[in-house]
Design a protein around this ligand. Structure first.
Ligand code: SAH
Length: 354
């Protein structure tokens, strides 16, 4: 339902050049406008642009609209800041700015859909189901808004992950053009190697991403080494088995030469046993993937009614030790922003949790 006007974030260089051309203006103005737009994190000082007064007024009028507006901002004690963004075309999404441990740097976590259809039992984003896919500008503006937030703290966004709400591989028609804008020179300038797309494991989507002009990093939300456990906690696992999605991940790495991350949310008594760590290591033999163990962040009872529990630090260490002992590169992800429900799995439209 794109009834709202076009935004600048919806344009790429080509389409804005055509826009200029159609109005009898030099195509070269497009690059200048987009550089200023991205350079100012989406805030454009039209008067500073060297354009004719007539064109400036037309542009100002035509592109006054934004796809997103800030509804709420919550900052955690560690500086992680969650934005609740209202969407002009309906709904709301969350996006997160994480200050990096490196001075002057920040990370950005964006959403790809309003809600999520995947039904992972331990994740809050799926509780209300899927409302709709995000459009290109709705994704790009998340990056710009996080960029502005980071700039106010003297930081620059140096890494962007599609680990917010939604399944990005179910919305590649918008995710791929958004990546082009966010990464591309003269636009967002982030660079393709600074972007990671995280998926529940949509096999055809992984192949499509590998075939994109500029492959990014892939993270695969595995969460269990066997189909019986996985399909209990990740319903999408009933469609694609562990063996099949690991094959897709290996192919991705072979095609793109980008090391794949295997995400594994540790749930006490569900997927954190020694035997499961051993089986995971076995399934990853000869695969130079990195395992990212994520101790569960509380989200309340899942759709199944089960309330999951985070394993003890000793259990997390033991799980990591087994993987490492078998030659698997494995790390535990630090929990960021959990005091304002901005950590992994806690993002939810409307921020009902905060
Ligand atoms: N749909 C995509 C991207 C969103 S999830 C995907 O499934 O990868 C981003 C990461 O957060 C995933 O690895 C997900 O499994 C993890 N996650 C979800 N809920 C969590 C929770 N409650 N605690 C910790 N990690 C969680």
């Amino acid at each position: 339902m794109s009834t709202s006007p076009t935004t600048l974030a919806a344009h790429d260089r080509d389409s804005l050049e055509q826009w200029m051309h159609a109005r009898g203006e030099p195509r070269s103005h497009a690059g200048r406008v987009l550089r200023a737009f991205y350079g100012g994190c989406g805030e454009l000082d039209w008067d500073a642009l060297e354009l004719s007064a007539g064109l400036r007024e037309t542009l100002r009028h035509e592109f006054a609209a934004r796809a997103t507006h800030e509804l709420r901002r919550v900052a955690a004690a560690d500086g992680t800041t969650k934005l609740l963004l209202g969407l002009a075309r309906g709904g709301a999404v969350e996006t997160v700015m994480m200050p990096s441990y490196r001075a002057g740097e920040a990370w950005c976590c964006v959403s790809s859909q309003v809600g999520c259809a995947m039904g992972c039992d331990f994740c809050a984003s799926t509780r209300g189901g899927l409302e709709r896919n995000l459009e290109v500008d709705e994704i790009v503006e998340q990056y710009l808004r996080v960029g502005a937030l980071a700039a106010a703290q003297g930081r620059r966004v140096r890494r962007l992950v599609f680990m917010g709400m939604g399944e990005p591989l179910h919305n590649l028609d918008a995710v791929l053009p958004a990546i082009e804008r966010i990464a591309g020179p003269g636009l967002g300038n982030l660079g393709w190697r600074r972007i990671t797309v995280s998926t529940v494991g949509i096999v055809q989507g992984i192949a499509k991403l590998a075939a994109a002009a500029h492959p990014v990093f892939l993270a695969l939300s595995l969460h269990a080494p066997d189909d019986a456990t996985r399909s209990r906690i990740v319903p999408a696992g009933k469609r694609y088995g562990v063996a099949e999605i690991l094959t897709a991940a290996r192919d991705y790495q072979a095609t793109t030469d980008r090391i794949v991350t295997i995400e594994y949310c540790l749930l006490a008594g569900v997927n954190d046993s020694d035997a499961q760590a051993e089986l995971l290591a076995e399934r990853l033999a000869d695969f130079r993937a990195h395992v990212n163990v994520i101790p569960y962040n509380a989200t309340g009872p899942g759709l199944s009614g089960i309330t999951y529990v985070r394993p003890s630090p000793a259990r997390v260490e033991r799980f990591l030790a087994i993987l490492r002992g078998r030659g698997v590169v494995a790390h535990a992800r630090d929990t960021r922003g959990d005091d304002v429900a901005a950590a992994c799995g806690q993002l939810r439209e409307g921020s009902r949790a905060s």
